[in-house]
Design a protein around this ligand. Structure first.
Ligand code: MG
Length: 257
């Protein structure tokens, strides 16, 4: 693993698409969208004016993509000034893509998968009623997202009970929530889907992430970058010069152009 300052112009000669994670990489952490007892609360962060200007410059040379575990509707709100030219958004770990005014889905879920997710959701809602540690559920289409004050292994046990086939991943994300989702739809398969759509290869991409749900995307990209090198492997890592790792990557790319 090398520091991002070691990235040189030749390395990015063939890169056509840059895919960023959202929370903690392209946007400061602190967004919360939560439903508990039928009440929805929203605490929002949007892309900063500084980052927006830099992404605008980056878009002159690359396509940019923001891939997140959040739902697409809310991502649209966080990143709307970045759209639409040379920009796309991917929600629910790459399952849903918003590009050129259109929502695309990698593939349909099967009846068995939908039923399994529903059974898990039902048990988790029941469990949350008697558990103060659970703050609420983040509304998403196909991911179950349980926000907790601290990690709770019982949540993983509930998923295991319904999923002997191990088709479902449970990731503790951004130190705030468990994302429970079908393994076959992840940020890596999402990046491949987007590449196919754009007519580019996976080698022509760079991906930047920090959490476990970013690993499939950072691993398969032509150039993978981590902003959290103590917890994630990649070709390059940021050096913590800025509080937002994605901005450090953008700064390096702009220097090289
Ligand atoms: Mg993140």
């Amino acid at each position: 693993m090398e520091p991002i300052s070691q990235l040189i112009a030749r390395d990015i000669e063939n890169i056509k698409l840059i895919s960023f994670d959202a929370d903690g990489v392209a946007i400061e952490r602190g967004t919360q969208v939560l439903e508990k007892d039928g009440v929805l609360t929203v605490k929002s962060k949007v892309i900063s004016p500084e980052m927006l200007v830099k992404i605008g410059k980056l878009k002159k040379s690359f396509k940019v993509n923001f891939s997140s575990g959040r739902n697409l509707l809310y991502l649209n709100y966080m990143f709307s000034p970045v759209l639409w030219e040379n920009a796309s958004l991917q929600g629910e770990n790459g399952l849903l893509t918003l590009i050129n005014g259109e929502i695309l889905q990698q593939a349909a879920l099967t009846k068995e998968e939908l039923e399994k997710l529903e059974d898990i959701r039902t048990d988790l809602v029941e469990y949350s009623r008697k558990n103060e540690n659970i703050k609420g559920f983040e509304p998403k289409q196909f991911i179950i997202s349980v926000h907790c004050r601290q990690p709770d292994s019982q949540i993983e046990e509930i998923v295991k009970k319904h999923d002997p086939e191990e088709e479902i991943a449970v990731n503790w994300v951004s130190n705030e929530a468990y994302d429970i989702y079908l393994r076959r739809f992840n940020k890596g398969s999402g990046l491949r889907f987007l590449c196919d759509r754009l007519g580019i290869t996976i080698e022509e991409t760079m991906a930047i992430g920090n959490d476990p749900n970013d690993t499939p995307m950072v691993k398969i990209a032509g150039i993978g970058v981590t902003t959290d090198p103590t917890h994630m492997e990649a070709h390059y890592h940021t050096e913590g010069k800025l509080n937002l790792g994605g901005e450090e990557v953008v700064d390096r790319l702009l220097e090289l152009l």
